[in-house]
Design a protein around this ligand. Structure first.
Ligand code: ATP
Length: 363
């Protein structure tokens, strides 16, 4: 088990900056998810930690050691890949045993470690099979087992669940969480799926365009997204974002939408909005904080129903406000129709305000 520290880590491929000045610390025993859209630099960051590619600049520390220039084999890490990378001709036992045989450990020690790992992952009954005789979920468990027997300081996992079907992913999600809990392992886990990150990780590192946007617990990232990118990336359905002008009306501060509606602000929100650059702001709200009205209400924002999606215990609707889509969740008993005129009431205590130019949260 070890702490992992990234200091101003940078990776350039010619003019492409795959990773730019990324710094964060993963504490002992912490599960950190690197998350972001395709091409944001998460796999490159993981490969830099693993030592599979050299840094352009910066420093990486694992445990007490600076590992920036060490080979992967000397970093005390184990990787679990998306494609499992199992040896097809070896039995499960020998797949698990192989890294230990390479380290010239005794037959007894190998046997014990393999059987202990198999027990943790519930694959003892599969030890004599070959990978092709296993389901995707079982292969994934063997890949985890192969990392586990090495007893590394840090587990690095690159989209380990992405080859599994939706149901198995959910199941393996909780298995990896238990794996982390039981071993108290330090895990750095790459995923493009924000839900995987939110449900599994102690902390998430949200990346975009090679830069670390926010590094915090999932709860804090969800409650206080640092900018509009993080706000719209974390949470499903996404946070709705509406560009607005900050204006004064009747002595108070209001937000004015592109179609002319105005939304009076509470004192706290007025103060935040007044900090926006050139009076341009973005109003953000999560679906569960919005209330739908069928008639005009002072302070409620007019919109038009675009689509309605009943899911059983909750109905999601998309409402068009100005040119933006606003996601809202409704009790399934509420029946609304596409193209219907509606009004949306924002919760002043749970709305978000961002700077229209810098995209940063207004504080
Ligand atoms: P994905 O989820 O699609 O795997 P990612 O977030 O893991 O994406 P990276 O694979 O880290 O993204 O890539 C980050 C950026 O660096 C991308 O723009 C990619 O095209 C670029 N890149 C990655 N590897 C190389 C390379 N070997 N040569 C040139 N550019 C590269």
């Amino acid at each position: 088990m070890a702490e992992v520290v990234l200091k101003d880590v940078m990776k350039a491929y010619g003019a492409v900056h795959a990773v730019k000045d990324v710094s964060f610390t993963v504490e002992h025993g912490e599960f950190v998810a690197l998350v972001g859209p395709s091409g944001c630099g998460k796999t490159t960051t993981l490969n830099l930690i693993a030592g599979l590619i050299p840094l352009t600049d910066g420093e990486i520390v694992i445990g007490e050691r600076v590992v920036t220039d060490l080979d992967p084999k000397d970093r005390d890490i184990a990787m679990v890949f998306q494609n499992y990378a199992l040896y097809p001709n070896k039995t499960v036992f020998n797949n698990l045993a192989f890294p230990l045989q390479m380290r010239k450990q005794s037959r007894e020690a190998i046997d014990k470690k393999v059987r202990d790992a198999a027990k943790v992952l519930d694959i003892t009954h599969l030890l004599d099979r070959r990978p092709r005789e296993l389901s995707g979920g079982q292969q994934q468990r063997v890949a985890l087992g192969r990392a586990l027997v090495r007893d590394p300081a840090v587990f690095l996992m690159d989209e380990p669940l992405s080859n599994l079907d939706a149901k198995l992913r959910v199941q393996m999600r909780s298995e990896i969480k238990r794996f982390h809990h039981n071993l108290n392992a330090t895990i750095i886990y790459v995923t493009h799926d924000q839900l995987e990150a939110v449900t599994m990780a102690d902390k998430m590192a949200v990346m975009h365009g090679g830069c670390l946007q926010q590094y915090d617990t999932p709860a804090n990232v969800f409650a206080n997204p640092i900018n509009t990118f993080v706000a719209s990336f974390v949470g499903s359905p996404a946070m709705s974002l509406i560009p607005v002008d900050v204006a004064t009306e009747g002595g108070g501060t209001v937000l004015r939408g592109a179609s002319g509606w105005t939304l009076p602000l509470s004192a706290i929100n007025a103060r935040k909005a007044q900090g926006s650059s050139n009076g341009k702001a973005v109003l953000g709200a999560r679906h569960s904080t919005l209330k739908l009205h069928r008639t005009a209400l002072p302070g409620a924002v007019p919109g038009k129903v675009y689509s309605v999606e009943p899911t059983g215990d909750v109905t999601f609707a998309q409402i068009i406000v100005d040119a933006e889509v606003v996601n809202i969740s409704l009790d399934p008993s509420v029946v609304i129709q596409p193209d219907e005129a509606v009004w949306i009431e924002f919760d002043q205590d749970r709305m978000h305000l961002f700077d229209g130019q810098t995209t940063m949260a207004l504080k």
